[in-house]
Write a protein that binds this ligand. Structure first.
Ligand SMILES: Cc1cc2nc3c(=O)[nH]c(=O)nc-3n(C[C@H](O)[C@H](O)[C@H](O)COP(=O)(O)O)c2cc1C
Length: 254
């Protein structure tokens, strides 16, 4: 089983990296066959997004920035599960993580990672865990990742060392790592929430009306997702009530 950790801290041996090391150890104790790979975004050649919109309109292969993006995407596709980690910097994700999200913005339109399980890890000095974890999970979710576990870990500044608090944070991390592992080994297709089902239907409606030379149209068409009979990004049972609600709301909105 391959697990990839994408670390968005500019500090290669900072709190975020150390948290991922703890997760790796815990996972390895569960299953010695896990192959764990670290990607330090600070050491990855990922140029700053220029906002040209070419990736969204014409396709990511037309992106004028030639760097490690493609390789990064390949690694995420090949992994069985991915851990995304960022420190809280000024009440937000780090700029490195934000640039990573911008560079993969086209995946919100063309969600290639559907069904892939992920864990979100956020480290902070004191505050910001709640909304940074939420926004990071939301963004990755719209690219298709299923967020199975979220760990927000607080590291008090060194002059405030508090062993009891650190133990509490470690226990939290262990619980979330266990949850993540249990979800990864369960191979049953994850049932989508109503919001996810609605998102699929809305995107399906929008992209079926898009110009045929738009990258989004070709992607959705190639996947077969523009067929009206298709109800979700992957094969999964959807209950009749959810089907009815989705069709009713779609009719009312579109
Ligand atoms: C530029 C910068 C901004 C920060 N902003 C916040 C913040 O808004 N809230 C907070 O509680 N901690 C903040 N911190 C503390 C970090 O979130 C915390 O130390 C984190 O664990 C650092 O992870 P790292 O060692 O991987 O960089 C900030 C640290 C830096 C360097």
């Amino acid at each position: 089983m391959k697990i990839l950790a994408v670390i968005g801290s500019p500090k290669v041996d900072g709190n975020t990296y150390k948290t991922i090391c703890q997760i790796e150890k815990k996972l390895y104790r569960k299953n010695e066959e896990i192959e764990f790979e670290y990607i330090q975004l600070s050491r990855t050649r990922l140029e700053l997004c220029k906002g040209c919109y070419i990736c969204i309109e014409k396709g990511e292969d037309k992106c004028p920035l030639k760097d490690d993006r493609e390789n990064l995407e390949r690694k995420m596709k090949q992994a069985d599960a991915v851990i995304f980690a960022s420190p809280v910097y000024t009440y937000n994700v780090s700029w490195i993580m934000k640039n990573f999200l911008d560079r993969f913005a086209y995946r919100c339109h063309r969600p290639e990672f559907h069904g892939k399980k992920a864990m979100v890890v956020v480290t902070t000095g004191a505050v910001g865990i709640g909304f940074v974890t939420k926004i990071l999970s939301f963004m990755l979710g719209s690219m298709g990742f299923i967020i199975c576990a979220r760990a927000g870990i607080t590291y008090a500044p060194p002059h405030e060392k508090d062993e009891k608090m650190l133990q509490k944070e470690t226990d939290k991390l262990i619980r979330q790592t266990e949850k993540f592992y249990n979800k990864i080994i369960n191979t049953n297709p994850v049932k989508p929430t109503l919001i996810k089902l609605l998102t699929f239907r809305m995107q399906q409606k929008a992209f079926s009306k898009a110009p045929q030379n738009l990258a989004d149209y070709s992607f959705w068409n190639k996947k077969g997702w523009l067929e009206k009979s298709e109800g979700y990004y992957y094969k999964v049972h959807v209950g009749i009530i959810n089907k009815l609600i989705v069709s009713l709301i779609t009719r009312l909105i579109v």
